[in-house]
Design a protein around this ligand. Sequence first.
Ligand code: IVH
Length: 672
Amino acid sequence: MSDSRLEFLRREIARHNEAYYEHDAPEIPDGDYDALARELRELEAQVDPSDAVSQRVGSPPSTTFDPVVHAEPLLSLDNVFDEGELASWAERTLKVVALDPADCLFSVEPKIDGLALSILYEGGELRRAATRGDGRVGEDVTANVRTIPTVPATIPTRSRLEIRGEVYMAKSDFRSLNESQSLAGLKTFANPRNAAAGSLRQKDPTVSASRPLSFLAYQVVVLDDGVRVASQSQALEYLRHWGFSVAVEATTVRGTAAVIAASDWLLDHRHDLVYDIDGAVIKVDDLDLRNRLGHTSRAPRGAIARKFPPEERLTTLLAIEVSIGRTGRATPYAVLEPVVVAGSTVAMATLHNEDQVRAKDVRPGDRVVVRKAGDVIPEVVGPVLSPELDRGAPWIFPSLCPECGSPLERLDGESDTYCRNPRCPAQLLEGIVHFASRGALDIEGLGEIRVAQLIAAGLVHDVADLFTLRESDLLTLEGFAELSARNLVEAIDRAKGAPLSRFLVGWGIRHVGPVAARALAARFSTYDELSRASLEDLEATEGVGPIIAQSVYEYCRDPETRARRTALIEAGVELREPHELSSEPKTLEGRAVVVTGSLEGWSRDEAEAAIVERGGTSPGTVSKKTYCVVVGDAPGASKVTKARTLGVPLVPGRAFQDLLDSGVMSEVLDEE
Ligand code: IVH
């Protein structure tokens, strides 16, 4: 053991803590962090333990949010890494209270890979929500947490409580968020945890509201002598009863063997769960007993995390190549000897950018470790090196675009490299593939291979050219027969009348994903109107923030855009949103009407469609721009509370038809 190793580890851990907690941008996989932390803890135990970095939890709170002092510190958990360590933890811990682990009840729960959150309730109302921060002082994220649908605004107990749990993003929500980020030309998130952290720690609560965050509760801290919670299993029951989501996989078992079996079950089924987990949490069930066991400065003694090894495979890095996206971004990616990881074959993995390749120091020919980040995205962890191995030379980022040969440019202070040639065929290809994709114009039969053929044959130089293609043009290409040529021309023809919102997505305007596109098209109806809108008009659109407004404004005024739009219109494209075509009177033009609860005689979809047909929008959340909230049976408490707070009128369900017919609120519910 050397002093310098100790210093190195302290520095590294402090740096990684900052990257993880403050910037939501971890630089190393959790498994590697755990290994460093464990080594540091072992070294620190041998020297002076008084100022141990490993004793600190998390990182100091940032200055973006107000500080909140937690009523009781949010501790972390100590880790064990296998069954043997788990059994000796139980043995060692319970010996102090002279209890045989075989007789003890334990709660075994999934260890959700998200962010710890503490929510204060007083008199049954949500008062404040805070992140962990450094364990003692967290960040006030109340406004953002109020937008999470699985966090109840009110609970049926007046006791003063802190409810603790994990904010996370479900794996399926993470995939769809990344899809819509990429449709909007925005950065995608590396894994569900980063996506959850980035979404929760937003300055603007409407951004958090638009992200699919969830909350899973696992602890009740009672701050008065109201309710009494005797055990962890009882806490989970209370939480369920109060309207929180609780892990369905949580179980209460007796004895170490059953704990091991229950945590093995989680290990075996981790890929089937809706959330990403990185282990199992084992807690002594009886809370009096747990209190008697006490805690260290970092973690309780009566609970432990059994960390699961990430599923990793070894394979060979065959090559590093660079792909050019539709914005010209040059992304390096690893070409791998195919290998099965967490249930699917991986042959490619993004390496993100030049700095990432350098940091990982992976070189063609290396044996590399591959895993799935957040159980979803393939990731190269790093090379496996041995002294006797002759490695290839470090990889160098190409200076020329592999597709068009023009110079690649990396701007000072940025990590991304770009091909700046607007005529680069790869950008054109990706742009048209995106235009035709499911999330945009949804043109059946127009995938990457066909688009590449059309470009190579000189038939298409811009999306407008698609609309003038004839069957005879297609028949000159390999793989087309009469039927397939006719089908494709017909599919393209149908797209001429597609709603404006789909075109807005298809053009790849920065920051404009499907949600913003629908909001814009609902407000402006035709491209002509949209392109003439002032910046103020764009910003005043429900569901459109200043960043989107600015991006759309600049896009519409760009001379190149104008030329392209003219070409599209000449090719017979309509560029209008269908409500313009509907025959309903525009009684709700430009108005946002939120529906909550069920309306007699209307399904939710029908009610929303009726609003849109009358020129309105029907967003899922209440804001100060909302015209009114229509309240049906069993309405959502948070929407109603929010409307009352913001002074948005509440219209009873029976007055919905009047509202549609005349745009007038014939009845408004009184203040409570
Ligand atoms: S109990 C004092 N239960 O894991 C112990 N934590 O590495 C409080 N976590 O800080 C935590 N799932 O953010 C507990 N079922 C679960 C958990 C869980 C995830 C997180 C939590 C904690 C971290 C420790």
